[in-house]
Design a protein around this ligand. Structure first.
Ligand code: THU
Length: 164
């Protein structure tokens, strides 16, 4: 028996002013995306912005449905939109933020496991790391380099896409 461990490195910033320009713009776009959230059930708005290697930015927000499981998280809305419209694009980074009138959000909201799994496959597919920025509107930002750091045991099975 061997005990193994993962170490996760991430960067912590106190406010958006500490980010470089590209990351700051991406966080601001994620904040703008909050306006398109359709979240009448949770009243929890999530906004995201994804930057591509050619400079294009895709935005997304959570889209809910009265049949609750039919809704989709902001991250997947944006990522699948890229998959459908720019299938060969290379994703550089993704910024995520959240807002609600129900309580104060004092810490960056992090992505759910389902979204991390989808990010992990985009990362694997393109063969380069995707940086993730979790942006709290009150200030703090966490930056993680590569989805693998957040989901080291992502489900991967290359034989499922092999041609038989
Ligand atoms: N949500 C996201 O958009 N992204 C996540 O990573 C976690 C949760 C949404 C789904 C739902 O519309 C609302 O937040 C409350 O769970």
């Amino acid at each position: 028996m061997n005990e193994q461990k993962f170490i996760i490195n991430y960067l912590q910033y106190d406010n958006i002013g500490q980010l470089d320009e590209a990351d700051r713009i991406l966080c601001q776009k994620a904040e703008l995306a909050l306006d398109t959230s359709y979240s009448p059930y949770s009243k929890f708005r999530v906004g995201t912005a994804v930057s591509l290697s050619d400079g294009e930015i895709f935005m997304g927000s959570n889209q809910e449905n009265v049949a609750y499981p039919s809704g989709l998280c902001a991250e997947r809305v944006a990522l699948y939109s890229i998959g459908a419209n720019r299938p060969d694009a290379v994703i550089r980074s993704i910024a995520i933020t959240a807002q609600t009138d129900s309580f104060e959000i004092n810490k960056p909201v992090t992505s759910c496991g389902g979204c991390l799994q989808v990010m992990a496959e985009f990362e694997q597919r393109q063969g380069s790391e995707i940086d993730i920025l979790f942006y709290c509107l009150n200030g703090e930002i966490l930056k993680v380099r590569g989805v693998q750091s957040l989901l080291p045991f992502a489900f991967v099975e290359n034989r499922l896409s092999a041609s038989f």
